[in-house]
Design a protein around this ligand. Sequence first.
Ligand SMILES: *Cc1c(COP(=O)(O)O)cnc(C)c1O
Length: 386
Amino acid sequence: MKTIYLDYGATSPVREEALQAMLPYFREKYGNSGSIHDFGQVSREAIEHARRQVAEAIDADSPREIIFVGSGTEANNLALIGAARKHRNKGNHIITSSIEHPSVLEACRQLEREGFEVTYLPVDRFGLVRSEDVKKALTDKTILVSIMAANNEVGTIQPIAEISRLLKRSSILFHTDAVQYFGKVPMSVADLGVDLLSIGSHKIGGPKGIGALYIRKGVRIEPLFHGGGQERGLRPSTLNTPAIVGFGAAAYLAAQEAEAESARLTRLRDACWQRIRDEIGEVVLNGHPTRRLPNNLNLSFHRVEGQAVLLELSRNKIYVSSGSACSAGKHAASHVLMAMGTDEETAFQSLRITFGKETTEAELQRFITCLKKVMDELRSLLINES
Ligand SMILES: *Cc1c(COP(=O)(O)O)cnc(C)c1O
């Protein structure tokens, strides 16, 4: 039985090109990029090449606007905590949404412990933040707004450019968590109009444990760690050359392929949803019907828990997610679905199917056949019990 991986929202396999680019930097070219000698300069040049690749992939003005950090989680913490602490003399109010990734929500909780006030905006039933709600929440103490570009659970794409226009003439900083958005659709920090943007490597075919924070020229934040002054003092520590090189290669490829790949994934996704609706039925789509990531289907199947379906599929070597990967260990209803006003039963029924680079139509055919079988079994079990 061949493995069918449909959990790209959790992580992705490292792309061959990224792996090949990384390998020399483990054993042959292992110099410290901070060393002045030529051996160190080899690493330094590789890192600066990757920085240009990442900058170009998000359409930044300059590679200097890219700070490499240890993960998407770290990029979010650095953006929120670093910006808030730096600008606390101007005010102590922060606006975010109630459906953010835990790395944003928990960074906000930390800021609350430090005396900041945080407004958690509601979302509509599709998971959309309304820009009027951002406007209404603004006070003369607001220093930072952080709204994710696309949600990791339901795939809803937020009106980031619209929100940034609203903040344009103010000194309020605007951050977006684009970890899930980046690499799925063509993107430009200029078009989005953001000051700070978080991206990660392992969701786009790069290695785990590396990410980046885009900091628009002129925007000032504080570091979270203190040390040797690398990354303009904002993220001191010896740079992870192989991971950065792999991330750069993956970012370059993702940007090159974004347009064609997003069209391909949208076709696969829509065909898959159509067949599930027609052939399995008693199912609802969570999130927005059109403003959603091309690779995301979040479905609630009536009468069966998502977790049960996940485990049955897993026995058939088909890997999907229920709720978000990060809260999979805890048996709590998804905070995202609850914020969307989904009832708890439907929230527990949710199953997240996320496609990627290596997903094929044939895999989806086999997935649907298997899902149908699993669903028939689980649902007939219920009828026999009652
Ligand atoms: C995965 C993810 C993160 C965290 O990234 P890591 O690199 O795994 O720490 C943050 N935000 C969103 C939206 C994500 O999907």
